[in-house]
Design a binder for this molecule. Structure first.
Ligand code: BTN
Length: 329
């Protein structure tokens, strides 16, 4: 959708009244026939727009896509999501957001896609991103903090997503799996991939990439045992624009608080309450070593507190956690 068409859509989506063709002409400095052309493009895109002589245009049907005009009515965040750049398909919203951040896009800018042809997961994995069903978005942040604090943002956004999921469906029982996943019934619903450009004492920008399986009605065979969606858990479809807005609404105040603090201390009780790994035996895959033990908590710096078999407690700052089989028996 081109920029002007999107602006006209935004205008139509604010307020419930008819908007005259003339006011659109004046506001955007275009002719009546140009307005008509943009209305045609929006209709072709799936929007229902009533046109009534003497009254003008009225938006009466949305598409459910996470475009700016459909997210804004749900948005209460003041900075996050004020600019939402939507793509029908892109390789990866993280890649696009990083390019935009390098060009100077402000904090709070969101890049969202209906599908990704090269969705990126952690550890070089791909993030399967089919069209029309899920949420794939990346938020640009510019925190003035030493880069050592940045990994804490992964857990912080997990708290925001967790709260947004609760707000959407109180019967859902999502759990946060350190360091970057949300699981429901021990299957992955959501993953977060934070990428940054920084120097040790200076963070230039962070891109917080989030994938949430929302309305996917079926998982591919190879993921069926490990992944789920909101639809598969609750048997109903959910609004992607509302969920995106809700994540941003919950994340902004958490982020602002985090900037004022030195660490995640202020949200540790929440993180530990909903930590899937709490008190469970796990092994942690790191690039060059494997650790085993019982999780006894999360440290203020976001590390996992692991009590090893020799009784020593260590802080684990990275890696992939696997629950021991006998946890489930
Ligand atoms: C993981 O669990 O491995 C992290 C997955 C992160 C996926 C999201 S989808 C939106 C953003 N763009 C990407 O290419 N990846 C992240």
């Amino acid at each position: 959708m081109n920029d002007l068409t999107a602006k006209i859509l935004n205008r139509l989506s604010t307020g419930n009244d008819f908007l005259s063709g003339e006011s659109l002409c004046n506001e955007f400095g275009i002719t009546r026939s140009a307005v008509w052309k943009h209305i045609g493009l929006l209709r072709a895109d799936g929007y229902q727009i009533d046109a009534v002589t003497g009254r003008g245009y009225h938006l009466s049907g949305l598409t459910g896509r996470p475009v700016e005009a459909e997210v804004l009515p749900f948005l209460t965040a003041r900075r996050f999501g004020q600019k939402i750049l939507y793509h029908t398909v892109t390789a990866s919203t993280n890649l696009l957001a990083k390019a935009l951040a390098v060009e100077g896009s402000p904090e709070g800018t969101v890049v969202v896609a209906d599908s990704q042809s090269g969705g990126r997961g952690r550890m070089g994995r791909i993030w399967v991103s089919p069209p029309g069903v899920n949420l794939y978005f990346s938020l640009i942040l510019r925190p003035q903090v030493p880069s050592i604090r940045v990994p804490q943002l992964t857990l912080l956004v997990a708290v925001a997503i967790h709260r947004a999921l609760f707000a959407l469906s109180s019967e859902l029982e999502p759990m946060i799996k350190w360091p970057n996943d949300i699981l429901v019934n021990e299957k992955k619903l959501c993953g977060v991939l934070c990428e940054m450009q920084s120097e040790p004492e200076l963070t230039h920008f962070v891109v917080v990439g989030t994938g949430i399986n929302v309305n996917q009605t079926e998982m591919p065979n190879e993921l069926r045992e490990r992944a789920t969606s909101l639809f598969l858990e609750r048997g109903q479809f959910f609004s992607r624009p509302e969920l995106l807005a809700s994540v941003l609404n919950h994340f902004e105040p958490l982020y602002d608080e985090w900037l004022l603090q030195d660490d995640l201390g202020f949200t540790l009780p929440y993180l530990e309450k909903y930590s899937l790994l709490q008190s469970r035996e796990v092994s942690i895959d790191q690039r060059n070593r494997n650790l085993s033990g019982t999780v006894i908590g999360i440290a203020r710096g976001g590390e996992l507190k692991l009590e090893c078999v020799d009784g020593k407690t260590i802080l684990v700052s990275s890696g992939e956690a696997h629950l021991h089989k006998n946890n489930d028996e």
